[in-house]
Design a protein around this ligand. Structure first.
Ligand code: TEU
Length: 475
């Protein structure tokens, strides 16, 4: 098919700390990921995205980077990464790294220098203002810890901006030297053969010089969607041009944490910004046919035809969908069909193919400042033997690989009973019908004309009616 892999493929997110530990330190590592590549190849995924493995004090579990061009000893070293990339490529699996451009660690040499005086060469690489924490420059609040997004530095006698932890100062992308230095970090990894990047909180980059106030707590969506500034688009065009300058369909997928499909769509630009952007409203949708019909409808209506959508049910920041959907196996099985048959690139989160729910972590055992430990628990690999959820994911991924309609086809609704969604995917003369029952009752399905046979079912034999919470793919 004449489509790039990042449109037709399935991406598998790995949270390296909890994936597979091979050296017995209780922490997952790059060698563990390499060891599991055959498993991922059998599963049938096309790419892996690794949450950050760069040198980091791990205050935000790697999203606080102290060196973008080296591997944290927790995970291994550059040679381990080279081996991982080579072994993945040998199995036709692409490798995406997690680029964190909005902020560095406070231990990054750039920040160490920046905070050393008001007139050092990197004095303006971060956001410094004459103010105090008690009377900060604006009303922004720090994620995870709350309170002002500004911390006072004794040496400079100024405050610096941190949208996340105080140990994660925001880089000043208005400074061309920052842009150049960050571009170099992209080149470093592209030259080493990575296939692209997941980009962290990309919508925060283009901050206006005056850093205006944000809406208050009485307007929660407005608050989130406030971080949508024009300057970000120019930054993205620079990143895109750089990445497209490399051969072999390298790609970017941006975390645009805005709760509006219409706003997210802007970050594709005119095919000159992000290749892909996460669309989070479906991530927050409950297991309900009407809600899903609307969220899918928004993607159809609000995304320009040439902006390729993405779909995700779980990641390292939110409770796993199996848990959100009431730890109900039937729903989790049908959710796999729902996720993997939409028009767009699906993102799996390691462990969902084993049917994992969130681990229960006692408050005193939590290590994440955001309390997201439950979805980040170690993968219990023993569960991978004889696992019917895993069999189902493999079957759906096989069905996708054999079907241009499922990989890249158009999407059309088919009228269906309340509590169900039925849709058809079409590419050329390849057709698939997907029917999903979101309820605990059996439901009839009216199929379009033609002869349809069941290719995948989440329950027993499909006899023309859906059993409770059943989903089917028909061809
Ligand atoms: O997440 C950004 C983000 O919006 C989350 O912090 C979200 O608000 C929170 O998880 C809700 O529970 C990205 C990364 O995915 C996250 O792991 C990092 O902690 C964060 O950026 C800072 O880099």
């Amino acid at each position: 098919m004449a489509e790039p892999w990042w449109k037709t493929g399935v991406v598998y997110q790995i949270y390296p700390r909890s994936f597979l530990d091979t050296d017995g330190d209780g922490m997952g590592d790059l060698a563990g990921i390499t060891q599991r590549l055959d498993y991922l190849s059998d599963l049938g995924v096309d790419a892996i995205w690794l949450s950050p493995v760069f040198t980091s004090p791990q205050k935000d579990m790697g999203y606080d980077v102290a060196d973008y061009c080296d591997i944290d000893p927790l995970f291994g070293d550059l040679a381990d990464m080279d081996r991982l990339i080579a072994e993945a490529h040998a199995r036709d699996i692409k490798v995406l790294l997690d680029w964190v451009p909005n902020h560095t660690s406070d231990q990054h040499p750039w920040f160490v220098e920046s905070r050393s005086s008001r007139d050092n060469p990197k004095a303006d690489w971060y956001w410094w203002r004459d103010a105090t924490r008690e009377d900060p420059p604006n009303n922004w609040e720090a994620n995870f810890v709350g309170g002002p997004a500004w911390t006072f530095d004794d040496t400079r006698q100024q405050v610096y901006l941190h949208n996340f932890l105080p140990e994660q100062p925001d880089l000043n992308w208005r400074n061309p030297e920052v842009v150049a230095a960050m571009h170099d970090t992209l080149r470093f990894w592209l030259d080493r053969g990575v296939d692209g990047f997941r980009i962290d909180v990309i919508h925060l980059l283009g901050k206006p010089e005056l850093l205006p106030n944000q809406p208050g707590a009485d307007d929660p969506i407005g608050r989130v969607n406030f971080f949508d500034f024009d300057d970000t688009h120019e930054i993205l065009r620079g990143v895109r041009a750089l990445v497209d300058g490399y051969d072999g369909d390298r790609t970017t997928v941006g975390e645009v944490f805005l709760l509006s499909t219409k706003l997210v769509a802007k970050y594709y630009g005119n095919n000159d910004e992000l290749h892909l952007a996460f669309n989070f409203p479906p991530l927050f949708a409950p297991w309900d046919a009407d809600v899903w019909r609307k969220r899918i409808g928004r993607v159809i209506d609000e995304m320009p035809a040439d902006a390729w959508p993405t779909w995700v049910l779980s990641n390292h920041d939110q409770p796993r969908h199996r848990t959100r959907y009431g730890n109900h196996e039937g729903r989790a099985r049908s959710a796999a069909v729902l996720l993997l048959t939409q028009r767009g690139t699906p993102f799996l989160y390691a462990g969902e193919e084993l049917g994992l729910e969130d681990a229960v972590v006692a408050p005193e055992d939590m290590v994440d400042p955001g309390g997201r430990d439950g979805c980040r628990a170690p993968i219990p690999w023993g569960q991978a033997d004889d696992n019917t959820m895993l069999d189902l994911y493999r079957a759906i991924l096989r069905a996708r690989k054999n079907s241009p309609a499922l990989q890249a086809g158009d999407f059309a609704w088919i009228d269906s009973a309340p509590g169900t969604l039925v849709y058809e995917r079409t590419r050329g003369d390849d057709h698939r019908v997907v029917a999903i029952n979101f309820t605990d009752e059996p439901k009839p399905v009216l199929l379009p004309e033609g002869e349809w046979r069941c290719e995948v079912t989440t329950a027993g034999d499909f006899t023309g009616q859906l059993t409770p919470n059943e989903a089917v793919i028909l061809r």
